[in-house]
Ligand binder design. Sequence first.
Ligand code: DOR
Length: 445
Amino acid sequence: MSTLLIQNATLVNEGREFKAHLKIEGDRIAAIGSDLVPGPQDAVLDATGLHLLPGLIDDQVHFREPGLTHKACIASESQAAVAGGITSYLEMPNTQPQTVTYEDYQDKLDRAKATSAANYGFLFGGTNDNVELIKGLDKKTVAGVKLFLGSSTGNMLVDKPQVLREIFSSTDLVIAAHCEDETTVKNNLKAHIAEYGDNIPMEKHPVIRSAEACYLSSSSAIALAKETGARLHVFHLSTAIETELFDNSIPLEKKKITAEVCTHHLWFSDAEYSTKGSLIKWNPAVKSAADRDALWQALNDDRIDVLATDHAPHTLSEKQNPYTKAPSGGPLVQHALPALLTKVKEGKITLAKMVEKACHNPALLFDVEKRGYLREGYFADLVLVDCAAPFAVKKEDLLYQCQWSPFEGTTFSGSVRTTFVNGKKVYANGKVLEKNAGKALTFDR
Ligand code: DOR
């Protein structure tokens, strides 16, 4: 069995930063301690000056396979993910076909097994007519159920109240929801088309996909979850007002209603639509600087539980369409961690809190087995970061199949040095070294 001793790193784990050595044996963390010495056969990696974190678990990505592989595929995006220190991901069902049958779910698992650089899990898509399938899902292998309570890429809106009530009442899997009120968005869009025709300015995106639309949908999903006892996780909060809907008086393990925030909503604000245009068009929309401040506040005070990306690539030519035709979403997995390291340096969040939200909490929330922590016996999914090495985002270094990033031209204040997935060094110093090290996530339920 291969053995590697990572020496002299500062480990960040379970609320602490401390200097120690960490030993990998095969695919697991074998030992953590300050007195570990290499055996005669052990390889050694000196990580002096670097921080060692559990690999990030991104609970919301869109890798576009099958069916939308002109935008991205599991191989390309999972390699970008490991270059960004993300060692596990949960992928969304709005592919073609949609992941709404057992056969299509298995097809995704098979595809990822053949080509994924990172560990993988999938959310099963809820529709207006597959509730019986949701009831029969295998809790050990299915990460959760995704519901689009507002329509976005892929036409997966679930809008029949009696169906929603039945889904909420009949599964104890995590129901992850995209919350934007459809009627509000439709009416706003209609009014803007009446005013601007085909030339709606991109700045109007957060007016059309408004804070009100988010709040109406999130609050009604939460009311339904409270009534039915469902386990609800609200994806990608984007407004100050929604943060008031979430509780920090109990630990995550006891919560039935949880929330996620994504990198783009923490980084950008509506001031940037004038320069970045559709490159920062997401659903829900990037909103005001005050909303962004409130999201940081709620993340730090534990009303928001998870940090993720909502990585959702589209081609540049698709994005260059006018407002009504430009799809929402953008690629993020390669850059989310360097962006967060920049925010750590700015004092927006501590490294330990970031690790809690991006590594520990997704594992806890989805019951991911033996990942998300630096613990003996856990899988050796690890990332070494250099908090002091600036990282300039350049087109030629992008690993996304779509070959653009909303961060081009940005220099982050920290960078990813080395990533391990299941004990294998998959990425180091700008190069992906192993393209198929990922395993299926399993869930301890
Ligand atoms: O901006 C978004 N893009 N939001 C979503 O909910 C879907 C995603 C996509 O798949 O393009």
